[in-house]
Design a protein around this ligand. Structure first.
Ligand SMILES: [Zn+2]
Length: 129
């Protein structure tokens, strides 16, 4: 990968990281909302559940984006973290934060190996400020 390509991906990743942090911080308010009204309580419970599911997805994505930025720093961006092969340029363009080449991603999806556990959501938010 050329320097200008890496620079472009760093910018994409940094923008994505900022966006995710804003969304996640915003969502913290929703998850603790309480209401004395029973009907509202049901509604809130459903909203909370949805918010928690979204938060889970967003924090996983943020974890991947941050790990990709670290790989930009250490020069291993674009290389699969599992098999050390280059990730196809098309795949990197579509999913710049992916840690895996397609073969390893499929294996990870089938839980054939343990993927990185990474930081908790609190660590994620604490580290970016
Ligand atoms: Zn691989």
């Amino acid at each position: 990968m050329t320097k200008s390509e890496i620079k472009k991906y760093r910018e994409i990743l940094e923008a994505r990281q900022a966006e995710l942090i804003a969304v996640i911080k915003n969502r913290e308010g929703i998850t603790i909302e309480k209401s004395p009204d029973a009907l509202d309580e049901v509604q809130n419970a459903a909203e909370r559940e949805l918010a928690i599911r979204n938060l889970d997805r967003e924090s996983n994505l943020l974890r991947n984006v941050r790990a990709a930025l670290r790989r930009v720093e250490d020069g291993s961006f674009g290389v699969c973290v599992h098999c050390d092969e280059d990730i196809s340029p098309k795949r990197v363009a579509a999913v710049p934060w992916t840690p895996y080449c397609i073969a390893c991603q499929e294996a990870a999806d089938r839980h054939e190996f343990e993927s990185e556990t990474g930081e908790s959501i609190d660590e994620l938010l604490a580290n970016v400020v």
